[in-house]
Design a protein around this ligand. Structure first.
Ligand code: HEM
Length: 419
């Protein structure tokens, strides 16, 4: 007798609209109502599986069971990812390209990034002291754009920074949008891909010479498993895979400021400059606030897991937001409590704000260490190196629209540096 079980099924022809309407909560809402960590639905006109829970993370990151090629919807490829980037590769080709990404993330290179970051934070603090009001999200985006370009070896004239910030921002701000905002994201990607592509060609022609370990240099000269250079467009997509997410850290910087405002007692704990507590605070920001709602893959070949059948090519979504708020993993997940990370066992399958599993073999975020270090320096500036007022404003944030950014973008006033 067969031991296969039927997954709970969402009735109806298609639920893509519900996914857009419920955003971060879509999978969690159904996990609750079906009382199941797994269910079947229909998205973009096709059968899809949604999963949550720690065991689901382990199976999702098993590269024998899931693949990424073809998993991302076209509208996400056209805005967020770009074509033929590392996100859509599998097997040895993925591993080879990912090694290139991870070689840029060495401790020495991250230290260079932090040096650039500290200088830019200082420049920003000087500037903000002179401003009537600072819209933190917009200012942080521009600051992160300068940092990303400098670190990646991408030369930018001062007059171009604002336009570049706008376009890199539009790529991640539009990824889940429909209508005009989506088209803004597409135009932004087309524009930046052409611009970075021209730079790649100039590097190869010896007309631009970025420092050796930078992303621009590395991807211009990266050779694939067959010894070939990447075509210009793909090399540009990979350089943008460094620039765009560094600019996106501005969302976390905004959430750091929000957490400091909503939980003022945390400021006291951060005063001692205890590196360990700063790390725990940053981890809690990455767990508590919404950023990536889920990650997507396709079933590589038919298999059965816990009695449930997974059929080849079925779209499968892993509930990133839900796993960071899962009461089976986190005690009182609705509370902001950095101390919880004192006890966290460090499993690559329980805490996945930037994906889970292995960096090299799987698709876990290449920039996770960079993100954490950038957040720690930013936290130090916001909590210990400056004072400011947070005037009355709408600081609420949505659990529907993706990515979620506090509605006021966090306005601060009367910025003064602490001596
Ligand atoms: C801003 C905060 C960030 C968040 C929330 C974030 C989140 C993620 C997530 C959820 C994934 C997909 C994991 C998966 O598919 O299983 C990912 C992949 C990736 N991220 Fe990040 N990320 C961030 C910052 C960065 C930074 C700073 C960089 C580069 C400097 C970066 C580079 C990448 C790359 C290259 C991939 C693709 C990895 C692969 O497919 O193997 N990310 N990120």
């Amino acid at each position: 007798m067969s031991n296969t079980k039927q997954m709970p099924q969402e009735e109806g022809i298609d639920h893509s609209l519900s996914l857009i309407r419920e955003g971060y909560m879509y999978i969690m809402n159904r996990r609750h109502s079906f009382n199941s960590n797994i269910f079947e639905t229909r998205l973009l006109g096709k059968k899809a599986i949604c999963m949550g829970g720690r065991e689901a993370v382990e199976v999702f990151y098993d590269t024998e069971k899931f693949k990424r090629k073809g998993a991302a919807p076209n509208r996400v490829v056209q805005t967020l990812f770009g074509r033929n980037g590392v996100q859509a590769l599998d097997g040895q080709i993925h591993k080879h390209r990912k090694e290139m990404f991870m070689s840029i993330m060495s401790p020495d290179e991250i230290e260079k990034l932090i040096d650039i970051l500290k200088i830019q934070w200082q420049i920003a603090a000087n500037k903000w002291e002179q401003m009537d009001k600072v819209i933190l999200y917009e200012e942080a985006k521009e600051m992160m754009c300068r940092i990303a370009c400098k670190w990646a070896g991408v030369p930018v004239k001062e007059g171009k920074v604002k336009m570049l910030t706008k376009n890199l921002g539009a790529m991640f701000e539009s990824a889940a949008a429909i209508g005009p905002k989506h088209w803004l994201g597409r135009h932004a990607r087309n524009y930046i891909e052409i611009w970075v592509g021209e730079l790649i060609d100039k590097v190869r022609a010896g007309k631009v010479n970025p420092p050796e370990n930078t992303a621009l240099h590395r991807f211009a000269w990266y050779r694939d498993l067959e010894g070939n250079l990447l075509d210009t467009e793909t090399a540009a997509v990979e350089v943008i895979n460094i620039l765009r997410p560094i600019v996106a850290i501005s969302i976390f910087i905004n959430f750091i400021a929000l957490a400091l405002h909503h939980y003022p007692e945390e400021r006291e704990k951060l005063k001692s400059n205890d590196e360990k507590y700063a790390q725990m605070f940053v981890q809690e920001v990455r767990r508590f606030y919404p950023f990536f709602p889920f990650v997507a893959a396709l079933v590589k070949k038919d298999f059965t897991w816990k009695g449930f059948k997974f059929k080849e090519d079925t779209l499968t979504l892993l509930d990133v937001y839900g796993i960071n708020h899962d009461p089976e993993i986190w005690e009182k997940p609705e509370l902001f409590n950095p101390d919880r990370f004192a006890k966290w066992e460090g499993s690559p399958f329980s805490f996945i704000p930037q994906g889970g599993g292995d960096y090299m073999m799987g698709h876990r975020c290449a920039g996770e260490w960079v993100t954490i270090e950038v957040m720690k320096v930013s936290l130090d500036f916001l909590s210990n190196r400056m004072e400011y007022l947070v005037p009355e404003q709408d600081l609420s944030f949505s659990r529907v629209s993706m990515p979620s950014i506090p509605h006021s973008k966090v306005v601060i006033k009367n910025v003064k540096q602490k001596i």
